[in-house]
Design a protein around this ligand. Structure first.
Ligand SMILES: [Zn+2]
Length: 101
C-alpha cells in the first residue's frame, strides 16, 4: 500500500482538506482517497476528548493511506474508542506504507 500524502510536484498539489458535516448516521468521520477528512458534528458533540483525538488521528491515518486494523489498542481500529497513542501495529503499518517512499 502506498500513502496518499506526498510532496507537491509541478503538476500536483497533495494537500489534505478538513471539514465538518452534520448527519444522523453511524458515520463518525470519513476520509476520501483524495485526502479530504470530514468529521460528523452529530457524533463529535457527544464524544469525550479522547474519542475525538482517536477519531481524528484515525482519519489522518486514512489520509496517509492506512487501512483498518483489528488490534484492541490500534488507532486504526474502527469504532468510537479512546485510544490516543499509536500502537506498534499502527507504526509498522505506516512504515510499510512508506517503505518505498
Ligand atoms: Zn476508518
Amino acid at each position: 500500500m502506498s500513502g496518499i500524502i506526498r510532496p507537491d510536484s509541478a503538476v500536483l498539489i497533495e494537500d489534505v482538506y478538513l471539514s465538518d458535516f452534520y448527519q444522523v448516521s453511524t458515520t463518525m468521520a470519513q476520509t476520501s482517497s483524495a485526502g479530504t477528512n470530514k468529521f460528523n458534528d452529530n457524533h463529535y458533540a457527544s464524544m469525550t476528548t479522547n474519542q475525538r483525538i482517536k477519531t481524528t488521528t484515525h482519519e489522518f491515518g486514512h489520509a496517509l493511506g492506512l487501512d483498518h486494523t483489528t488490534g484492541t489498542y490500534d488507532i486504526m481500529r474502527s469504532g468510537k474508542l479512546s485510544t490516543t497513542s499509536l500502537s506498534s501495529v499502527d507504526k509498522n503499518s505506516y512504515t510499510a506504507a512508506y517503505a518505498t517512499y
